[in-house]
Design a protein around this ligand. Structure first.
Ligand SMILES: Nc1ncnc2c1ncn2[C@@H]1O[C@H](COP(=O)(O)OP(=O)(O)OP(=O)(O)O)[C@@H](O)[C@H]1O
Length: 614
């Protein structure tokens, strides 16, 4: 039961990482602890990668009898796999790679029939690769690379393996035919032969090396030494340069890690900023606000300038304010800096923006243009942006963001962008990112800031660092629909992984979010990339993987390989409907006796739904 699960987790904690694991042990349920996922009052997943654990795994983990996923990768755990693992009969995913485990793979592991993915790479395991792996008839991934396995690779014909790697062990003999189509890198660093490596004929042991061969080896060794020396000289020369660039990178990171929502200055400053704007505008005089649509003009310029204001944040094109008018009405006002257009051009382009009318767009209500001041007035969306929702409150009071909400926001945003794209091939957004997806009270996603990219000059942070821009975009004003699709794909990855695109700057490789996701998906399994908050939605795992796949398609390097926004929107709609159906079926099961046990949905599909209030 849950109490014995809890005891097992505490035993693990005190054996390997009492200090680094900040679990609130006063809570009776372990289900809220970091890395722990429960279902039906049992622990079903434990994700504790890179926690700095060391020492041996204690007996007792075997009490987590409902465990399906165990990830303890990238720690410093040693010793053998404890014998009570035999009780983990439901275990599907076991990730123990990048530790110091040793000893042979214990026999009981071959009775864990549910195993689908097994990653034991980069440890000190010894012994042979047993033919008993053939008992694991669901095993798709087997990574044993970078250990000390000896002997030959057995015939594993009964195992449905798709991903296999035994590189850098001490294996010999020929590679079974089954693996001949895999990459050679899966076998390198051993004395193996046969496809995909060189054929076995002619490499018999004991074959004499000729005199010429010896000379070749000596020359080769000298060349290698010379190369190493050259590299060392080069590296020493670069060391000081690297240090400088690392400092710059660190400084940049410090900059970009702060979500913009948090850059709000204190209130005195805020008031000062806005009243300066107001004074400037009054002195410019006669021009007035231009309203769009048939909406009644419920305020005028004077009213807007008298409103109390609060800075929402500084963006690429200027500063956004929340303005509360004397009537109590609240609007968002954007002060645009550095407009790159004549008055005529500005008015024409902004008129086009004002004409856009879709339930998944944040409508531009009015604008003001004078030589020194350009203001845009939007509906104010009190729930803020997707960026704030994902990264804003990671503290104790955070409400986990469920699959339904996330997929619903993705769907709304996709519809909004597809609508923009439907106005001709040149109509695109140019600045899709999570801080430009705003949320209604019912967590519907609405796209804001459209039409600004080719109107104003970016006045702040260079865009590239944001991680959203497509590789082909070198000038932020040269926008395209396929570049929007790329940015949208990055935003989907952000939604699924919970990581900001700038997160990648934190890792030493400096790779961007799409490439990071690709590398993790390739190396182990998609479930490892998902935000922990999403892992509890086991029943929709398929849909989550599909959305991840779609996000990766959107972030294809070449624009022609990316789908159109229309296609993206309809795919998301399909998978939202499929997960909705699954949930309804589950609810039907659990509320069989209730009359109307089906929960209300947050999101609606398609444009047929009535627009919701902000
Ligand atoms: N209509 C609005 N309602 C509520 N919050 C808004 C509104 N418009 C913008 N914001 C918020 O104000 C902040 C600043 O927005 P702004 O659009 O100026 O910059 P940004 O979205 O961070 O970057 P960019 O200028 O590149 O779009 C952001 O946190 C944004 O989510």
């Amino acid at each position: 039961d849950l109490a014995s699960d809890r005891a097992a987790l505490l035993a693990l904690r005190s054996a390997v990482g009492g200090r680094s694991l900040l679990w609130n042990v006063s809570q009776t349920s372990p289900c809220l602890w970091t890395g722990v996922i429960c279902k039906d009052s049992r622990v079903i997943e434990l994700h504790l990668p890179a926690m700095g654990f060391s020492g041996k795994l204690p007996l007792g983990i075997g009490n987590l009898t409902q465990l399906q996923t165990l990830s303890l990768r990238v720690n410093a755990l040693s010793g053998t796999i404890p014998p009570d693992f035999v009780n983990l009969g439901s275990l599907r995913y076991l990730y123990l790679h990048d530790n110091f485990f040793s000893g042979e793979i214990p026999d009981f592991l071959f009775n864990m029939q549910s195993l689908v993915r097994l990653n034991l790479a980069s440890n000190n395991f010894t012994g042979v690769i047993s033919p008993k792996f053939n008992n694991l008839t669901r095993l798709r991934t087997l990574y044993l690379n970078e250990n000390k396995f000896t002997g030959s690779i057995p015939d594993l014909s009964a195992v449905p393996i798709e991903q296999f790697n035994v590189s850098f062990n001490q294996l010999n003999g020929s590679i079974p035919k089954k693996f001949s189509r895999l990459e050679a890198s899966a076998f390198e660093g051993n004395s193996l032969c046969g496809k995909p490596l060189e054929s076995c004929s002619g490499t018999e042991s004991g074959k004499k090396v000729s005199g010429g061969g010896i000379a070749g080896i000596v020359i080769g060794a000298i060349a290698l030494l010379a190369l190493i020396a050259l590299i060392l000289v080069f590296l020493c020369g670069r060391k000081s340069k690297d240090k400088d660039s690392r400092d710059v990178a660190r400084a940049k990171r410090a900059d970009v890690e702060i979500p913009q929502e948090k850059m709000v200055p204190d209130n005195d400053n805020v008031a000062a900023n806005y009243s300066t704007a107001a004074k400037d505008i009054r002195s410019v005089g006669s021009k007035s606000l231009v309203f769009f649509g048939n909406a009644t003009k419920v305020f005028d310029l004077e009213g807007l300038l008298r409103a109390s204001a609060e800075v929402l944040g500084k963006g690429t094109f200027g500063t956004a304010y929340k303005a509360t008018l004397e009537t109590g009405m609240v609007v968002a006002v954007k002060r645009i800096k550095d407009v790159d257009a004549s008055e005529k051009e500005f008015r024409e382009k902004i008129e086009d923006v004002g004409k856009m009318n879709h339930e998944n767009l944040v409508p531009l209500r009015a604008y003001y243009f004078s030589r020194d001041e350009k203001l845009l007035v939007y509906d104010y969306l009190p729930m803020g942006s997707l960026s704030a929702l994902l990264h804003g409150n990671n503290g104790a009071g955070r409400t986990p963001l469920n699959w339904e909400t996330r997929s619903g926001i993705a769907l709304g945003a996709a519809h909004g962008i597809a609508y923009l794209h439907s106005h001709g091939p040149k109509s695109s957004h140019g600045n899709i990112k999570s801080s430009n997806i705003l949320l209604t009270k019912s967590y519907e996603g609405r796209v804001s800031d459209f039409g600004l990219a080719n109107l104003a000059l970016p006045s702040s942070t260079p865009n590239r660092i944001s991680g959203y821009h497509a590789p082909e975009i070198t000038d932020a004003r040269k926008v395209s629909q396929k570049a929007d699709v790329y940015s949208f794909g990055v935003m989907l990855l952000e939604l699924l992984t919970g990581k900001a695109p700038t997160y990648s700057l934190l890792n030493e490789e400096g790779i961007d979010l799409p490439r990071w996701v690709q590398s993790v998906v390739r190396e182990e399994w998609s479930s490892e990339v998902f935000d922990l908050e999403l892992l509890r939605y086991q029943n929709v795992e398929e849909e989550m993987v599909q959305l991840l796949q779609l996000a990766l398609e959107c972030t294809a390097q070449h624009p022609d390989n990316r789908p159109s926004m229309d296609v993206v929107a309809s795919k998301i709609e399909e998978l939202c409907q499929s997960s909705l159906k699954k949930e309804q079926e589950e609810n039907d099961d659990s509320f069989k006796d209730a009359d109307d046990g089906i929960s209300q949905r947050y999101y609606s599909f398609g444009s047929a739904a009535p627009p919701s209030s902000v």
